[in-house]
Design a protein around this ligand. Structure first.
Ligand code: F6R
Length: 607
């Protein structure tokens, strides 16, 4: 999740405008920063690894000539954070510059083809194929907008791009597929950006660019056309009345809510992971004698869910372990035949790194799943996969949890194929359902949020909550409980539902709220029994259930519906969404700040 920005000014120097806009986009990533400008028919570029202020201190980002410019702040996905991998990227002749947010899935094939034509690549990024492709098209005599249009037709994946060429120094050409792109219209000039806050201090007139559209920015404003048929699109700017603070959160009152709503986009990104990384990791898992899934907090809950996925889909036994316990519990047993899959959003959690270090010293194989390329975990891992969620500002993990689950389920499917333990039809069905997940999550957010808000109001004063689920839903229950207790400060419990009879049920008294996670899976009969046990003791039961599950609806006090027909092993992704929203709205009702819960930090770097 990078930030892109571009501007065509009527007069003056564009570089300081880009610099200031990039600062407002820095929340989207800060692995590297770069700017490109055009002046007197020449392209000027400054870029380097590091945060904007640090790069500016060395290179002075304001000191570039020209009134047309591009800028980029990077969240590394393909290629480590480094100067050479920083955007803008250029063609062989240094005439064309491109900034990009998104993932080009077919870049490897395109790169090979271009290298065969003699193009020389400098970076390891997927983006660099774009300027070289544009270069080819311009050689054939196309004008820049048409060249970019043709190039986008070759690109698979997601992108918001902005392109300039020293040979056509009066314009920026942008295009969008899935990654966000907005245009800002002002008296002094025109801007393009990944989001509105980037230009909000300059103008409140914004034009939202839709998927499959190309837009040319020039001295006379903007022209939009559809990429497919070149048809012109007429769209007037909207007036944005957000305060700068609201703008940062894209109109949401808190980062946590913004990040909950970003989940469909993040899940789509996880479905675009380069197959070769998953393949490599799956090769290690397939051969492993024993596999430990090691993580803390929410990431541990992802591991717990993953242990059900690996077991049910790939028939592979794995041990989910809380990172801070790993050394005590398994430190002496781990050895050269052990494989550790460490999961950490930040890649810097001290407990997880300590477990990894212990396993490394005993010659175990270390695999990593993280959101931060360049983090310590990526350096310690033999193979790592980046979960592609973009920066998460809210302290409570939300979008990073569902992204982890998506990657882990893809891994489980990959291992399943290799081991040949389940049928092709089952695998294909699961793959198809996985592709539908972003849409399902979108639907839950659209249809259930209002109801969840009302439930939060109804139950906000309860002093304790019980979260129960069976099978893989036990992991979902634990995550729902963690969200509620950490941001709304309500001491809560979560158990595999079967375990509730072995002690915790003694807490139940009339009105005690019990949240059941009950997809219609193999655990159906027993979970109904557990609901009845709770109801018999006067509990208020709130069920996360499947659309149309009338039997459960009749048995409970309140419910939230999740689309039906979802395979059990993927169910934590849709079923955790209502729990995240519930925790969020209860916290807001109780006047707690969900973005900065007390005593917590986003990255826990002490043991
Ligand atoms: C809870 C939460 C924490 C983290 C935990 C591990 O909402 O965010 O429990 O999940 O501190 O962090 P990472 O994944 O960065 O290792």
């Amino acid at each position: 999740m990078c930030g892109i920005f571009g501007c065509v000014l009527k007069n003056g120097v564009a570089a300081p405008v880009v610099h200031a806009a990039l600062k407002r986009l820095e929340y989207r990533g800060y692995d590297s920063v770069g700017e490109a400008t055009i002046h007197e028919g020449r392209l000027f570029i400054k870029k380097d690894q590091g945060k904007i202020d640090d790069v500016h201190a060395v290179h002075n980002l304001d000191n570039l000539p020209g009134r047309i410019a591009l800028g980029h702040t990077r969240w590394a996905t393909h290629g480590a954070p480094s100067q050479v991998n920083a955007h803008p990227h250029t063609d062989c002749q240094n005439q064309i510059a491109v900034v990009h947010n998104g993932i080009i899935e077919n870049f490897a094939a395109i790169r090979k083809e271009l290298e065969e034509l003699g193009h020389v690549f400098r970076s390891k990024t997927d983006t660099e194929v774009i300027p070289h492709l544009v270069e080819e098209k311009l050689k054939n005599g196309l004008a820049l907008p048409e060249a970019v249009r043709e190039v986008t037709r070759r690109l698979e994946g997601s992108y918001a791009i902005a392109v300039i060429s020293a040979k056509e120094p009066d314009k920026i050409v942008c295009a969008r597929k899935e990654s966000p792109l907005v245009v800002g219209v002002a008296e002094k000039g025109i801007y393009c950006a990944s989001d509105i806050p980037a230009f909000l201090p300059l103008t409140n007139k914004a034009v939202i660019i839709e998927d499959g559209e190309l837009v040319v920015l020039g001295n006379n404003g903007y022209e939009i056309q559809r990429i497919n048929d070149r048809n012109q699109v007429l769209r007037e700017p909207e007036i944005i009345d957000w305060t700068p603070e609201m703008a940062e959160k894209q109109g949401h009152p808190h980062f946590m809510l913004k990040e909950i709503h970003e989940q469909p986009l993040c899940l789509r990104n996880t479905l675009r992971l380069q197959e070769q990384y998953l393949d490599l990791m799956a090769t290690f898992l397939e051969r492993a004698t024993e596999v430990y899934l090691v993580a803390a907090g929410t990431s541990y809950h992802a591991c717990l869910a993953a242990s059900y996925m690996f077991s049910k889909v790939a028939l592979l036994a794995t041990h989910p372990v809380i990172a801070s316990e790993f050394v005590e519990q398994h430190g002496k047993a781990v050895n050269i035949d052990s494989t550790i899959l460490a999961v950490s959003q930040s890649g810097e959690t001290a407990d997880t790194l300590a477990a990894v270090e212990c396993a490394r010293q005993r010659a175990a194989t270390i695999l990593g799943l993280t959101n931060v390329v360049g983090s310590t975990l990526t350096r310690l891992s033999r193979v790592y996969v980046c979960q592609q969620s973009g920066p998460e500002i809210g302290v409570a993990a939300t979008k990073t949890f569902t992204s982890q689950l998506s990657v882990l389920s893809q891994l489980a499917l990959n291992v399943a194929k290799r081991r040949g333990k389940i049928s092709h039809t089952e695998i294909e069905d699961l793959e198809e359902k996985l592709q539908q997940i972003p849409e399902i999550v979108e639907k839950i957010l659209k249809t259930q949020e209002k109801k969840i808000k009302l439930l939060a109001n109804k139950y906000k004063d309860k002093r304790c909550f019980f979260f129960l689920g069976r099978g893989i839903s036990a992991a979902t229950a634990l995550e729902g409980k963690l969200k509620l207790l950490e941001i709304a400060y309500i001491p809560s419990l979560a158990y595999p539902a079967g375990e509730s009879k072995h002690g915790p049920i003694s807490l139940i008294e009339p009105g005690f709220p019990v949240i059941f996670i009950c997809p219609k899976d193999e655990t159906r009969k027993t979970i109904m029994g557990n609901i009845m046990e709770m109801k018999a003791r006067g509990a208020s039961v709130i069920a996360m259930l499947e659309e149309g599950d009338e039997e459960t609806k009749r048995a409970v006090d309140d419910y939230v519906e999740v689309p039906r027909g979802f395979p059990e092993v993927l169910s934590p992704i849709p079923y955790v969404i209502p729990l995240q929203l519930f925790a969020y709205y209860v916290a807001v009702e109780r006047n707690c700040d969900p973005d900065m819960p007390r005593n917590l930090a986003k990255s826990v770097t002490v043991k």
